[in-house]
Every structure is written in structure tokens, then in C-alpha cells.
Design a protein around this ligand. Structure first.
Ligand code: GDP
Length: 446
């Protein structure tokens, strides 16, 4: 049988840095390290100071540290070696050149180290996904959610549900062969009660996707309103940074301009939409289409009016004012904001020019973000990906079918299907088709 390839890649980000780590995993890892530093034996899991040189020419490449993690007690379960060298592109390139020239050693594919860890049973799928999320985390809430999931909190929730489903199935199978009149009264109902309980808990988990996915992907806020009410100015002021085009000519904000904020530990993307007025030219029509899409897809809408024309009953922006919207009256420096229909919360008067009212606006935004994704640490870990949600929802449908079955054999079969869907989430069974997608998300070296 052919030996499995030994893979290598920098584990640190590219670019100049004090230290870079080059990682090797596979049966040739230690031999490759030995060739580079002219030393055969390494104590396990201890840093050793070494000189790396080209085994062909003997030329010195760098001085650094090396550490060996003999399998299976390593990240991938295989022999793993780490080379800690100076973080320069030239050092890494030279080391990589030597390594790639060795038989059985090659560059790692994106996510290949983690894939090997999964295949060795070191982590399940939701844990590898959490690792990817942790590497990509930009805010505190994202980091917290990813760390909990990486520690297996979500896996345990799914495993618990799966184990219960297995019990339900075993119970149904056990009573299938008994004629009704030989069973104690209520035995069949007990199976149904078990299914109902399982279904309720699973439904709660599916519902948590709303929150978990929002923490992972962030909250989107669309800024909409008639031309010239000051949307771009408002976005600029919110971001404290000049990213949107501010212009006195109507309809010049042709494209969406977004700013990323961190509110309540969550990433919040505020998008300035193009004016929602009737299209005058082709390019403007496309801008409007995009604006409408951004508005419809957003988690929250900031409906902006101008104090000059407030409450502007004819303004089509009113169409979007619902429970998912905050009404903002800009240019408060130019007019009052009395009048207008009664609403809760009341309109927020601001001036993008002077900055007046922005504290209140920021507070209102924070409160909405908290309501949209506000889950305190300590509560059950939520679903964080559409992949989990879709499989959990499929399991739910199977359980619903099971409830409706009058024949026990068919009921047991539906529960089996639910078990299969749940198992796919953590990767316990039947996962080949989803592996490439999940591990493709990683960068090389992880
Ligand atoms: P948009 O078309 O809604 O994005 O509006 P802009 O942000 O481009 O602003 C339109 C015009 O209104 C510009 O000339 C801005 O300088 C002006 N403007 C924006 N906000 C205010 C404000 O709070 N007060 C005053 N007086 N003018 C503003």
C-alpha cells in the first residue's frame, strides 16, 4: 500500500513577522525535519534550538526552534513537526523548496491538516467548523460562540438528540412484533410521546439558527430613504469614517456603500442604498434594484426622512416602515420633527451635519442588535450554519412524518431517517459529500 503523503504549509499568516511556523504532518515529517537540521532524534513535544540548512549543499537557511508531536497524540493524529523560523518570505520559500523536493512530501491543500484531524477522530464536523469560525472571528461574540462550539458544546446537543432518537427507534422496533392486545395499555402511545418530546427540543434547536447564524455572519442594516435626505452623510457619520459618497446632486449614490461596525460584540454592516426614486437612466435603475434587494434582505432598516419635508406622507419610504425599521429624521438642524404618525419607538431626530442625536441613534441600534442576536453566554449553544439548520430541519420533517404514521414499521423507518440527518451534522455517518465543502473553507496551513 502506498504511504500517505506528508503535507506541509506555513501555519502563520503570510507577510513579514518576527516568527513564522511551518508545519509538517505525516509519516515523513520527522525524517524531513531531521534532514533539515542534521539531527535525528527529538524529544516529544519539547522545543529544541536548531540550525536549518539545505541537506544538498549544507548551506545555512536559518536558525530557529523545532518541535515534534509523535502521533497519535497530535493535532492530526499523525507525526507532526513544527519549524519555528524567522518570519521572512525568503526563509519560508527556501525551506518549502527543500521540503517539496523530498519524496512523499508535498504542499498541503486548504484545510488538509484539519481534515486529517477529523479523519483521525480528533474532532467532529461541527468542531472543525467552529475552528474555521474562530480563525475568522472578528468580534467578541463571534469568538465566544466559536470557542464554545469548538469545545464540543453544539456537538453534545446534537449527539444527545441523536441518542434519544436511537432510543425511540429501539423502542418502536421492540414493540413492533407484539400484537396490540398483548402489550400493556398505552405502550404505543409512549412511542408517540417520545417522538413529540424529541421534536420539541429539535424545533428549539432549529429555531436557534436565527441567532447563531447572525452572530457568525453579522447583522445587516439597510439605510433607505428618498434622494438627498442625507443617507450617505448619515452612514459616514455613523462610521466616523468617509466611506460613502456625499453629494448635493440627487441620485448620485448609485451603488451600495457599506460600513462595518462592531456593536454589542457583533459585526454590523450598515449599507447605504441608492435613492428609491423612479429610474431616470439605465444605471440608476440597476442601483434601485440593488437597493430594494438590500432593503428586503436586511435584518434592520433605517428609514431616513428629512426634517425639511417631514413627515412627507407621499414619500415611498413609508412603505418600508414596519416593526423591523427605525425611523430617523435627519437634518434636524433645519427643522422640527413634530407631527407624523404616532409610532413606537418614536422617530429619532439627528443631524448628520452637526452630529446631534447620534448618541440616541447608536443606542437604538445597539438595542435592536441585542434583540436580534442577544443570547447570553451560558445558554444552550445555537446552530451556527445553514448546513446544520437544513439537516436539523430535515430530521424534524422525518419526525413529523413518523408521528403521522399508523404503521409501526413505517414509523421506525422515519425515525431512522431522522437519526441519519442528525448524524450528518456532526459527521458520524455518511459525510463524504459534505467534507470537501467544509474543509475547502480553510486556508492552507490549518
Ligand atoms: P443621500 O442622497 O440621501 O445619500 O444624501 P446625502 O448624504 O448625499 O446628502 C444630501 C445633501 O444633504 C448633501 O448636500 C449633504 O451635505 C446634506 N445633508 C446631509 N445631512 C445633513 C444634515 O443633517 N443637515 C443639513 N443641513 N444638511 C445635510
Amino acid at each position: 500500500m502506498e504511504e500517505r503523503a506528508t503535507i506541509f504549509a506555513p501555519a502563520t499568516a503570510p507577510g513579514r513577522a518576527g516568527v513564522a511556523v511551518l508545519r509538517l504532518s505525516g509519516p515523513q515529517a520527522f525524517a524531513a525535519l531531521a534532514a533539515l537540521c542534521g539531527r535525528a532524534a527529538f524529544p516529544p513535544r519539547a522545543m529544541v534550538s536548531v540550525r536549518f540548512s539545505d541537506p544538498e549543499t549544507g548551506e545555512a537557511i536559518d536558525r530557529g526552534l523545532a518541535v515534534c508531536f509523535p502521533g497519535p497524540a497530535s493535532f492530526t493524529g499523525e507525526d507532526v513537526a513544527e519549524l519555528h523560523v524567522h518570519g521572512s518570505a525568503a526563509v519560508l520559500e527556501r525551506l518549502a523548496g527543500v521540503l517539496a523536493g523530498r519524496p512523499g512530501v508535498r504542499w498541503a491543500e486548504p484545510g488538509e491538516f484539519t481534515r486529517r484531524a477529523f479523519e483521525a477522530g480528533k474532532m467532529d464536523l461541527t468542531e472543525t467548523e467552529a475552528l474555521a469560525d474562530l480563525l475568522a472571528a472578528e468580534t467578541e461574540a463571534q469568538r465566544r460562540q466559536a470557542v464554545r462550539q469548538m469545545d464540543g458544546a453544539l456537538s453534545r446537543r446534537f449527539e444527545d438528540l441523536r441518542n434519544r432518537a436511537v432510543e425511540v427507534r429501539a423502542f418502536i422496533e421492540a414493540v413492533i412484533d407484539f400484537p396490540e392486545d398483548e402489550l400493556p395499555a398505552g405502550t404505543r402511545d409512549r412511542g408517540l410521546t417520545m417522538i413529540a418530546g424529541l421534536k420539541a427540543d429539535l424545533a428549539e434547536l432549529v429555531d436557534s439558527a436565527r441567532i447563531g447564524c447572525r452572530v457568525r455572519q453579522g447583522v445587516t442594516v439597510a439605510v433607505l430613504g428618498a434622494p438627498n435626505v442625507g443617507k450617505s452623510s448619515l452612514v459616514n457619520r455613523l462610521a466616523g469614517w468617509d466611506v460613502a459618497i456625499v453629494s448635493a446632486t440627487a441620485g448620485t449614490t448609485r451603488d451600495r456603500v457599506s460600513v462595518d461596525l462592531a456593536l454589542e460584540g457583533l459585526p454590523v454592516t450598515v449599507t447605504d442604498t441608492a435613492g428609491l426614486r423612479a429610474a431616470a437612466e439605465e444605471i440608476e435603475a440597476e442601483g434601485i434594484r440593488r437597493a430594494e434587494r438590500a432593503v428586503a434582505d436586511a435584518d434592520l432598516r433605517l428609514a431616513v426622512f428629512s426634517a425639511e419635508t417631514w413627515p412627507a406622507p407621499e414619500d415611498p419610504t413609508w412603505r418600508w416602515v414596519d416593526s423591523g425599521a427605525l425611523v430617523v429624521v435627519n437634518k434636524a438642524d433645519l427643522g422640527g420633527v413634530a407631527g407624523g404618525p404616532p409610532m413606537k419607538p418614536p422617530p429619532i431626530a439627528v443631524s448628520a451635519l452637526t452630529g446631534a442625536g447620534f448618541d440616541a441613534l447608536a443606542d437604538a441600534l445597539r438595542a435592536r442588535v441585542r434583540a436580534l442576536a442577544g443570547r447570553q453566554a451560558g445558554e444552550a449553544p445555537p446552530i451556527t450554519r445553514e448546513r446544520h439548520r437544513a439537516l436539523a430541519a430535515a430530521a424534524l420533517v422525518a419526525l413529523e412524518r413518523a408521528q403521522a404514521q399508523t404503521q409501526q414499521e413505517l414509523q421506525a423507518e422515519d425515525v431512522r431517517l431522522a437519526i441519519r440527518e442528525l448524524g450528518r451534522i456532526t459527521g458520524r455517518i455518511d459525510v463524504e459529500d459534505v467534507l470537501d465543502r467544509i474543509f475547502g473553507e480553510f486556508c492552507i496551513g490549518k
